[in-house]
Ligand binder design. Structure first.
Ligand SMILES: [Zn+2]
Length: 207
C-alpha cells in the first residue's frame, strides 16, 4: 500500500488501526495457517516467550485445523484475513461480508476463538469492507511497518527495513506462507534480537 493511500485513509477513517498508542510493538503474521511456516514462527516465539497476532485465511484454517489450534494453544491471538486471498476492494458488499463472516465462523468452530480484527488481503479495502467488517463486530487492523518478506529474498534488506522503521506502538507485518517458509527464521531471529537489545516490549494486539 502506498504511503499516500495510507495517509489519506488514516486521516479519513480514524477507526482503522494502523498502530497503537502504547509502548509495545506488535508482531503480526498473515496468510496462515501453513504446515511448515507457521510452526517455525511458533517455535521462535515460544523460545523467546513472545505473543503475536496471526491473521488467518478461512480456507487455510479448514485445510490445516491442527496448526490453527496450535497457534491458540500457545496463547496467540487470531485475526480474520478473509476466506481466500482475493482482493475485496470494489467487490459487492454481500460478497465482502460473506468472506468475513465465513472466516469468523470457521475460526470459531475450529479453535473456539472469535476474531475481533480483520485484515483485508493485500491490504486493499474500500468503504464496503469497513462496513462489512463492522457488521460482524470486527475492526480493521492494518500495519505501519511492512517487512515485505513476501517480495524480497535479500535477508539483510528485510532486517534493516524493519529494525529502522519500528517504533513504540508499531504493528509489524510478516507472512507465514509458502514463499517465506524457507527463510523465515533467517530474518525473524535477528529482528527479534534487535528489539530485545533495544528493550522494546512485544505483545499481541489487544483491543
Ligand atoms: Zn495476505
Amino acid at each position: 500500500m502506498s504511503f499516500f493511500y495510507r495517509s489519506v485513509a488514516a486521516s479519513l477513517i480514524p477507526s482503522i488501526l494502523w498502530h497503537t498508542n502504547g509502548p509495545s510493538v506488535h508482531l503480526t503474521f498473515d496468510d496462515g495457517p501453513h504446515p511448515e511456516a507457521t510452526p517455525k514462527v511458533l517455535d521462535i516465539l515460544k523460545t523467546r516467550d513472545l505473543k503475536a497476532t496471526f491473521f488467518l485465511l478461512g480456507e487455510n484454517v479448514e485445510r490445516y485445523p491442527d496448526v490453527a489450534q496450535e497457534i491458540v494453544n500457545q496463547g496467540h491471538f487470531i485475526g480474520n484475513h478473509a476466506l481466500a486471498h482475493v482482493s475485496l476492494m470494489l467487490k459487492p458488499f454481500q460478497w465482502q461480508s460473506h468472506q468475513i463472516e465465513q472466516t469468523n465462523k470457521i475460526v470459531r468452530r475450529t479453535v473456539g476463538q472469535t476474531p475481533q480484527l480483520f485484515r483485508p488481503p493485500f491490504g486493499r479495502f474500500d468503504f464496503r469492507t469497513i462496513k462489512a467488517a463492522a457488521s460482524h463486530g470486527l475492526k480493521l487492523a492494518m500495519w505501519d511497518v511492512d517487512a515485505k518478506d513476501y517480495a524480497i529474498s535479500h535477508i539483510p534488506t528485510i532486517v534493516r527495513r524493519v529494525c529502522r522503521q519500528i517504533k513504540p506502538g508499531s504493528i509489524v507485518l510478516f507472512h507465514d506462507n509458502e514463499s517465506t517458509s524457507p527463510v523465515l527464521p533467517e530474518y525473524l531471529n535477528p529482528i527479534l534480537d534487535d528489539l530485545e537489545h533495544r528493550t522494546i516490549e512485544i505483545t499481541s494486539i489487544i483491543l
